[in-house]
Design a protein around this ligand. Structure first.
Ligand code: NDP
Length: 266
């Protein structure tokens, strides 16, 4: 075999080409989810955008559809709260009707409401657990039959906080550790169904995520960390990693990726 000839393995590789694949992206109204929708749409995927802020996902869908050469709709907006099983089921029915069977689920919706545990912000703990953990579980449950029927991809957006814990992010970190742990168990369980489970663990990414922190000192410290102590990643850096992972040949499963700014220490 000459140096430039493809190996037998390369010839046999079946790419999971994104062209025409139906991808559901939760938390598509901003940040990493919005950038991922753009990246997958640009690669030819048909994308269903889920989030609560309806006007944002409708505007993004309109923008993506205006960019398609033949005017054939490739993006749809599905307003839904991932903590609401009924809303998820209605969104899933609409997606199947309008785009077809779902091939790829990006579990990205999340909130980071950091505070010292002793501040006792019980409602915020519950929102994080409900959104970051239970929301991911029930979204996956709703789309699992589609994903098992033909070999799909599930991308779970965990965090560096899913690998390491810091004092003021203990509850957020607990939800992300849970997502990382569950991703590995699910990966093993779904091997016979040809479903790949990909756990992405970003470090600091410049998005609106910390803007929702209500504890004043924690908000200030987080702003300093995001904007003064390092050069954060852009949402597009995570989006391009996700697009890369889900378009690998079938024999390649990128299980877990920790991706930080080059100057992030923790
Ligand atoms: P953003 O705040 O920009 O995005 C969060 C998204 O989640 C929004 O689109 C929001 O939409 C959606 N969302 C929140 N709650 C719900 C809900 N109940 N139902 C449906 N959608 C919901 O932040 P990021 O882009 O940074 O966050 C995306 C993911 O990345 C999160 O899981 C986050 O934990 C994770 N991450 C982020 C890091 C960072 O430094 N930015 C680092 C590591 C991980 P809407 O409000 O319209 O519902």
């Amino acid at each position: 075999m000459g140096a430039s000839e493809p190996s037998q393995q390369q010839e046999e590789a079946v790419d999971r080409n994104l062209e025409g694949r139906v991808c559901v992206i939760t938390g598509a109204s901003s940040g990493i989810g919005e950038a991922t929708a753009r990246a997958l749409g640009a690669a030819g995927a048909r994308v269903a955008l889920l989030a609560r802020r309806e006007e944002r996902i409708r505007a993004l869908a309109a923008e993506l559809n205006a960019a398609t050469p033949d005017g054939q709709a490739l993006a749809i907006a599905c307003p839904a709260d991932v903590t609401d099983m009924g809303a998820l089921r209605r969104a899933a029915d609409e997606i199947r009707d309008r785009l077809g069977r779902v091939d790829c689920l990006i579990n990205n919706a999340g909130v980071m409401l950091n505070s010292p545990f002793q501040a006792g912000l019980v409602d915020e703990w519950r929102r994080m657990v409900d959104t970051n953990l239970f929301g991911v579980l029930q979204t996956t449950h709703v789309f699992l039959a589609d994903l098992r029927n033909g070999g799909g991809d599930i991308v779970n957006t965990s965090s560096v906080a899913g690998r390491k814990t810091r004092a003021v992010s203990s509850v957020y970190s607990a939800t992300k550790h849970a997502v990382t742990a569950w991703s590995e168990g699910l990966r093993q369980e779904l091997i016979p169904d040809d479903v790949r489970v990909i756990c992405v663990e970003p470090g600091v990414v410049d998005t609106e995520l910390p803007e929702h922190i209500t504890h004043p000192a924690t908000r200030q410290a987080t702003d300093d960390m995001y904007h003064r102590s390092m050069e954060p990643l852009a949402s597009e850096d995570i989006a391009s990693l996700i697009a890369y992972a889900v378009s690998r040949p079938e024999r390649v499963s990128i299980n877990e990726v920790l991706i930080r700014p080059s100057d992030q220490e923790f």
